[in-house]
Design a protein around this ligand. Sequence first.
Ligand code: HEM
Length: 463
Amino acid sequence: MADAPEGEGPFTPPYPVPHRSKASLFKRFLTGWNSWIHTLFERSYTMQMGEIRLPRLDFFIANDLSVVERVMDDREKVFPKHRFQHELLDPLIGNSVFSANGKDWEEQREMVNPAFAHTNLKRVFPAMQGAVDDLLATIATMDRSKPIAVDPLMTHVAADIIYRTIFSVKLDQASADRIYHAFHRYQKNIQPGAMLKLYGLPLFGYRRRAARAAAEIHAVFGPIVKARYDAWHSGGGEAGNDILQSLLEARHPASGEPFSYQAIMEQVSTIFLAGHETAASAMTWALYLLAECPHWQDALLAEIDRETKGEPIAFEHLRALGGVRNLFRETLRLYPPVSFLVREVTAPTTMRDKLLHKGAMIVISPWLIQRNRNNWKCPHAFAPERFDDPEEAEACRRAYMPFGKGPRICIGAGFAQQEGMLILASIVRAFRLRYPDIPRPEPVSRLTLRPKSAVQLWFEDRR
Ligand code: HEM
């Protein structure tokens, strides 16, 4: 769709240069402290199945696509989500649909499903549009004589969209800032806390600090949930038309009981966090990639003008914006916000030539699989057009999993793609983006994959 400038190959955006050989346990511990993708070595990307023995845990990384499919499709439920992931997320989301397993998960999923029917894409489009219009207005009034930090803007708009969809209210700036900073503190503390736990070491207060940050996030929307919960259960509440209303009305499939206040808070926290932190990460990276590739901005602008004929971007236009969709997909391939998925072995099993004992951890990493040269052509290059290339169709089908795979695939994938496309198309139409003359952003992987420090971009008016 967009040709690179003459004499230049496709752009290769930043990623941590892998170590030549496997580092010592001590070195891995130090580098993994803040970002696990920094512990990778060259062979990590192409090996079929890796094995790391930690003092307290056998740890396997599966890259072989047939093993990946076996683990992720898991119809027999022998590879549930690992308790380590539960540890990472527990203070934030408790035992919700994201972290529960087995029958408990099935029942929760049944109760939460109607809430996701509210994310019926056409119905939520106006809420998304309202939040995006506010975003454009905010950027237009910012001091643009210097580059603008993109991450907080994307966090705000993604959080605002999910807020409007869950609660039918707009997210104010003070609450957005509180969430952004608290979530940053949460990630900073929970990652080392989890590493220490993995190595069987004392926790040095990391977990306590993470729990405090989680409590701060809950305090932002706790009062809204409490008021609606009390009103609904005392018979005085008016039925809303949002996700919270579906959760209030949900009934347990066996007992017929409604969710308790605590359980609703856990589901709301899950939907809110799963639904905005990931999307914000994706949009931040997408804008960075665009800023480095002006020819892509030109190509997308031509596509948007052709399809919308200058009208506001509508739900009906999105289907025809193939270039914008490919940009979104390629961003998620290069920078999958959820860079690893963790499963637990519940019965001894053999995979390839390895015997996995009960309790072992299996990691499936979209980051590794989507950057494996045996799956993709020029895997580290930014090439959105690959999604239209018949030679890469097999990779797109089998080696592309930013939303996971199998029964536990992301429930919000369509929602995320719609908001991502709307935001990106709206920004490309309004502004020309440029990357300043500063070092490139460095990806770090904590709970989500984020730039180490906020991405700064020039936003120049198009008109
Ligand atoms: C770019 C944005 C997003 C990405 C990359 C993403 C990624 C993922 C991934 C990888 C999983 C599966 C985790 C695993 O198998 O261990 C997942 C699950 C989930 N996601 Fe998303 N997600 C995104 C947006 C959203 C949105 C917008 C929502 C809600 C509106 C959402 C809600 C959920 C929920 C509730 C689950 C748990 C599903 C279950 O286990 O039954 N996500 N997501």
